[in-house]
Design a protein around this ligand. Structure first.
Ligand code: S3P
Length: 435
């Protein structure tokens, strides 16, 4: 048990450096491992999820050195992974499980992967189906379309996969398997999801192209590849982690926070658009661009927020930020409607349920729907401190810590240590901004 007490804040002030982006950190290890030569990664996120990815590749013979300021991955080429002598442990990490499945499908050895109870309850059919149609031999060992998965060697063929969901994990699994296929592989998704895999694959020397279609759908395409080549990667701060401090700065009166080094890739930045739509005072400073990824410092000042509608193509660009957006909506003036977000049900918890349960515990008015929720804002009237069930979901724990800052009385986050998955220093950083 690791309960954490959050006191209301009279104003948050200062600067905060945001840890490295989780999605990009995973991909940097994976591509570094299957590239030729050494990949040097700066500002890598040492959260539990990314450490699971490191553990998996070490089990397949990849030497990964953790220096104080950077990581060195000694890649062994596309065909250089060794058969692991035990089941690969992906921990709580859906990104590790799904992207790794794509890589393992192209190997000449059998392997199996498994995770914690939450991971092993999450749907894997979404990657098993396209990988199987490419020729992969992949089985759910408990016959429930979930991990543990057994992946036997298969000969992979290029396909054009029409994905029913806008999911970067699905898209990336197929593209990574496409590296090992005998012809071109393409994935069309109903709306563009985060494009870090496409950008990083290009930097490593793969032929990848992306097309946006008039109806909002998007296609990414990859050619079979001889080799990838090790790179230097500087990872921007994770906008999904920055979102908690941006929300806190907006919601707590008398706050002014400079959130530094935030990745602002347009496929991830829907949260900033929603903040603006809600009337937030945000200023982007020191904008820069490296390795295809944009970044900026974000100056946040307390703001009176108003309700908004969040739907359609915007959803994949802020899917992980919806819990904290729901907290902002609960304090805004007017109604916020979140729709087209059924994917919330298959995250580390069913986030429609966990957000509803915890917002209600704090006195907010929320109606869950099949694909989102409707929230009646309190127009700045504080929420009431409560005991929050994180359900071991890091994003629920951090979102409700933010809610606790703008509540009356104490808020207790149960099992708060789950923040280690994506942001081990979260509570320490929050503490530093208290006045
Ligand atoms: C991720 C993609 C998203 C996101 C997850 C990380 C990634 O999942 O929710 O936290 O790194 O590709 P989906 O692709 O399933 O939407």
């Amino acid at each position: 048990m690791s309960d954490r007490c959050i006191r209301p804040s009279a104003g948050l002030k200062g600067e905060i450096n945001i840890p490295g982006d989780k999605s990009i950190s995973h991909r940097s290890i994976m591509l570094g491992a299957i590239a030729q030569g050494t990949t040097e990664i700066t500002h890598f996120l040492k959260g539990a999820d990314c450490l699971s990815t490191i553990g998996c590749f070490r089990s397949m013979g990849i030497e990964i050195e953790e220096k104080p300021d950077y990581i060195l991955v000694h890649g062994r080429g596309l065909k250089g992974l060794a058969k692991p002598d035990k089941r690969l442990d992906v921990g709580n990490s859906g990104t590790t499980a799904r992207l790794l499945s794509g890589i393992l499908a192209g190997q000449s050895f059998s392997s199996s992967l498994s995770g914690d109870a939450s991971l092993n309850a999450r749907p894997m059919a979404r990657v098993m189906a396209p990988l199987t149609s490419m020729g992969a031999d992949i089985t759910s060992l408990d016959h429930n379309n979930c991990a543990p998965l057994l992946i036997n060697p298969g000969t992979l063929h290029g396909i054009h996969y029409q994905s029913p969901v806008a999911s970067a994990q699905v898209k990336s699994a197929v593209l990574l398997a496409g590296l090992y296929a005998d012809s071109e592989t393409a994935v069309t998704e109903p709306a563009l999801s985060r494009n870090h895999t496409e950008l990083m694959l290009q930097n490593f020397g793969a032929y990848v192209s992306s097309t946006m279609h008039r109806d909002g759908s998007a296609t990414a395409q990859i050619e079979p590849c001889g080799e990838l080549y090790g790179q230097q990667i500087f990872i921007p701060g994770d906008i999904s982690s920055a979102a908690y401090f941006i929300a806190a700065g907006l919601l707590v009166p008398h706050s002014e926070i400079l959130v530094k080094n935030v990745g602002t890739n347009f496929t991830r930045a829907g949260f900033l658009k929603v903040c603006k739509d809600m009337g937030a005072s945000l200023t982007l400073l020191n904008k820069s661009f490296e390795g295809g990824e944009s970044r900026a410092d974000i100056l946040v000042r307390s703001s009176s927020l108003k309700g908004t509608v969040i739907e359609g193509e915007l959803i994949p660009t802020l899917i992980d930020e919806l819990p904290v957006i729901a907290v902002m909506a609960a304090l805004a003036e007017g109604t916020t409607i979140i729709r087209d977000a059924a994917e919330l049900k298959v995250k580390e918890s069913n986030r429609i349920d966990t957000v509803t349960e915890n917002l209600r515990a704090m006195g907010a008015s929320v109606t869950p729907t099949e694909d989102g929720m409707v929230i009646e804002g309190s127009a700045g009237e504080p929420l009431t401190g409560a005991r929050i069930n994180s359900r071991l979901d890091h994003r629920i724990a951090m979102s409700f810590a933010v809610a606790g800052l703008a509540a009356t009385g104490e808020t207790v986050i149960r099992d708060s240590a789950c923040v280690d998955v994506s942001y081990p220093e979260f509570f320490a950083s929050l503490e530093m901004l208290y006045q």
